[in-house]
Design a protein around this ligand. Structure first.
Ligand SMILES: Nc1ncnc2c1ncn2[C@@H]1O[C@H](COP(=O)(O)OP(=O)(O)OP(=O)(O)O)[C@@H](O)[C@H]1O
Ligand SMILES: [Mg+2]
Length: 232
């Protein structure tokens, strides 16, 4: 569904991504694991067209994303839940969800009913300003907003960041549920243990290069992964 080949990305003189190739098959959860500054967010932002690549290929569902306007990428049914959530603090929960939809009228109402069914807590708080939600609720809202566009695939950037252990568990089980409904997921995480537990496959990114790749099970058993990312 998503295929990246020999991707190179820089910020001025800083070469952030060096020849990264990866793929995500239809229906999979694939994790991208790596330390702070490894380039995980850069890869997601480049897929979404928010950052320009220097070279390489990014194909999604047959389309060449490097030739697609960022504003049109969402029409291809590829959603992005950015780092730090980026909800609209001064809008209500419901208004935030509306911002995520492209359908209006009954299409939007149906999408919203789906989101509320998955996140009853958002329904209870639908008239509350999003900025007053707890961290975990804001994360649910960010995921809910992505679901409003009825995506085939969601890019998620550290959904567990800043959440208590209980909410981390909840957000990972939500990701798994969303995937079971047929949505493919590329998950960026520092919480390697939780990410690998729900993933089919994973890649380890070190200073802009893929250093290890394999099935989630292979990575959980890999001595280097255990030492550097699982604290074992
Ligand atoms: N706007 C920018 N201008 C210059 N350098 C940047 C910019 N954004 C990111 N970088 C650099 O690119 C590298 C990769 O950053 P990126 O945010 O992709 O890392 P990350 O793996 O997502 O890290 P984290 O886990 O801390 O979120 C870092 O060295 C970072 O300093
Ligand atoms: Mg990041």
């Amino acid at each position: 569904m998503l295929e990246i080949n020999h991707l190179e990305v820089s910020y001025g003189a800083v070469h952030a991504i060096h020849g990264v190739s990866l793929k995500v098959n239809d229906g999979e959860i694939v994790s991208l694991i790596g330390a702070n500054g490894a380039g995980k967010t850069t890869i997601l932002r480049t897929i979404s067209g928010l950052k320009k690549a220097d070279s390489g290929e990014i194909r999604f569902d047959g389309a060449d994303l490097r030739k697609t306007e960022p504003s049109r990428i969402i029409n291809l049914k590829l959603a992005h839940v950015p780092e730090g959530r980026h909800i609209f603090a001064q809008m209500t929960v419901e208004e935030n969800l509306e911002m995520g939809a492209f359908a209006d009228g009954s299409g939007m109402e149906a999408a919203m009913a789906d989101v509320y069914e998955r996140f009853p807590r958002l329904r209870e708080r639908r008239r509350q300003l999003a900025g007053t939600l707890s961290g975990g609720e804001q994360q649910m809202l960010a995921v809910g907003r992505a679901l409003m566009s009825k995506p085939k695939m969601i890019l998620m950037d550290e959904p567990s960041m800043g959440l208590s252990p209980l909410l981390v568990k909840e957000i990972f089980s939500i990701i798994k549920e969303v995937n079971k409904k047929g949505i493919t997921i590329l998950l960026v995480e520092q919480n390697a243990k939780m990410a690998l537990a729900i993933s089919n496959r994973a890649y380890v990114l070190e200073t802009g290069r893929i250093s290890i790749e394999g099935s989630a099970k292979e990575l959980l058993d890999d001595a280097r992964v255990k030492k550097a990312y699982l604290g074992q």
